[in-house]
Design a protein around this ligand. Sequence first.
Ligand code: ADP
Ligand code: MG
Length: 314
Amino acid sequence: MRRIVVALGGNALVRAGQRGTAEEQQANVDLTSRQLAELVACGYELVITHGNGPQVGNLLVKNELAREVVPAVPLHWCVAQTQATIGFMIQQSLGYEFERLGLSRVVATLVTRTEVSPHDPAWLDPTKPIGLYQPEERARAIMAATGQVWKPQGSRGWRRVVPSPEPVTIVDRQAIEQLISDGVIVVACGGGGIPVVRRPDGRYEGVEAVIDKDLAAALLARELEADMLLILTDVPNVILHYGTPEAQPLKRVTVSDLRRYQFEGHFAAGSMGPKVEAAIRFVDRHSGRCAVIAALEHARDAVEGRSGTHVVAD
Ligand code: ADP
Ligand code: MG
């Protein structure tokens, strides 16, 4: 059976223009689950991962507003909490879809840790903006009160920035593998995984960082020896000269050509950049593996080669 690691982007949970209420998110996940159930019905073995940017952002706001009333919780707790909530929503709707299609499959969410290095250069230069925009004065007050780092982010104000270290290994890989071998459809490594470092005494410790979900998905797919990494987002293709009259969608591209386009600067940091990097890392130059970047609503067509950007070995 072909094993596919599916990475769901922000639009699987919150659509453009929505506030992201619980009802909206569940309704979006319901639509997403239809796409995923269809793949399972076609006989693909899925492992599902997802982003959590807006959801973690909202929890951080609650931390700020409630700081005087209940203790603020660490950022890695927020990641864990969103893994649980988003996994819950997927279990609700994907489980229902399986029942509707007469598929006797079960879904389980694994709270997943991803190891990062305490020596990662990202610790010296926090770059990943998270949470709400604030005016400069408010941002400076929070920095003074909490020791957090905030930076100006253009006309909308200041935002907290945190390190985004490289994912090194999926700590809970064995648990995922055991669930897969029992036929369970696993939701794992949400939001890139809960970032932890391994201390000299062998203990893992949660750290204040976030891991890019696309890079973590690539690592997860490598560690699980998946046949395909499927990155589902809100555009049907990776595009050269994006946003210009020369825009050109890529249908099928080799790793080497994609690397060249990446050097030429076609892919924005923080959006398409990490997806392209994830695809390159997963496929490798000499493998038989394939990475596909496609629109969520074209999931099945993407897997079967009729849609999306297919990244293949040279
Ligand atoms: P997700 O939330 O699904 O992880 P992002 O919003 O981070 O996705 O990234 C997808 C977005 O990347 C698209 O909506 C598009 O606006 C943007 N983008 C930037 N550069 C490109 C490119 N070269 N080709 C396609 N999309 C691009
Ligand atoms: Mg997005």
